[in-house]
Design a protein. Sequence first.
Length: 368
Amino acid sequence: MKIGVPKETAANERRVAVTPEVTGKLVKAGLGVQVERDAGKAASFPDDAYGTAGATVVATAADLFAQSDVVLKVQPPSPPEVRLCREAAVLVALFQPSAEREAVAQLGARKVTAFSLSLLPRITRAQPMDVLSSQATVAGYKAVLVAAMSTGRFFPMLVTAAGTLAPARVLVLGAGVAGLQAIATARRLGAVVSAFDVRPAVKGQVESLGAKFLAMQISEQAEAAGGYAKQLSEETHRRELAFIAQSVKDADIVITTAAIPGQRAPILITAEAVDGMKPGSVIVDLAVETGGNCELAQPGRDVLRNGVAILGPLNVASTLPYHASQMYARNISSFLLHVVKDGALGLDFDDEIIRDTCVTHAGEVRKT
């Protein structure tokens, strides 16, 4: 079986689906690996490193797709890439079927067996394949660095000949993987950190990182299956917005990470709440790609409102492509070796990992 790793074509995508390290593991597992020329260049993985690991470097994407039984990608396939897929080939990438309806329909028409790692079930067996968690780790870390570059103040307290400078006060909204990494990074930089989440169960994790957990009394169940937050009732959400509006007034930096799988990100910071913040404050909205947690955030743009900077960075994990690719490659190879048995594709739809991630198979669209 031949595994193909094309160069990512999406704008500003610097990651690669398979690294030389993982290439060596796949080759040892008896799989042939082909990598498009310069596929890993933007992530600092040169072609000769892939060659040393046992891969064949292929000149063009057309040649790679034509010779590959399985194609491994980061971003969803573009229409030209779908057309290059061999009929009945396998494709693994990271995408939401509901946001890529055209590509999904085209993959089904070509009888491609397509898997999306966005759909992995939150079970113990799937943890080594959990790309959402690994890439959220990157995003949470980088969000703090983006904030540090944008703020006009130091993060740590400094005692200088010119007097004592107070530490920055950082508020993190959402204590999932990205939020916890943001908390840890802000603490390492010396900030005073607090965090809010509607799930009381994460309080211990927040406090273990040295942050203060801001608790709000919620009578309804705020946690869905798999540990994700779920959408709250209208009344509870109204109370949540008022609670957050009071909390952001004292913050120098706010990092928002709240998401609900398959749905628009919840609004947590209203325009009115932004108006109540101090001039010079910074909001980094990591949920901007799915609608944003801040009402004023705009994808890929920096917005200034009454002296408050609202940043909406896109594809944050790609800005640290070396380590992001390392983690992604380990995740996707774990998934691949779960699906491929003895050099052949083994589709057991009684296995929830395979069943939940399979988007198209044998001409059928299974997830929309």
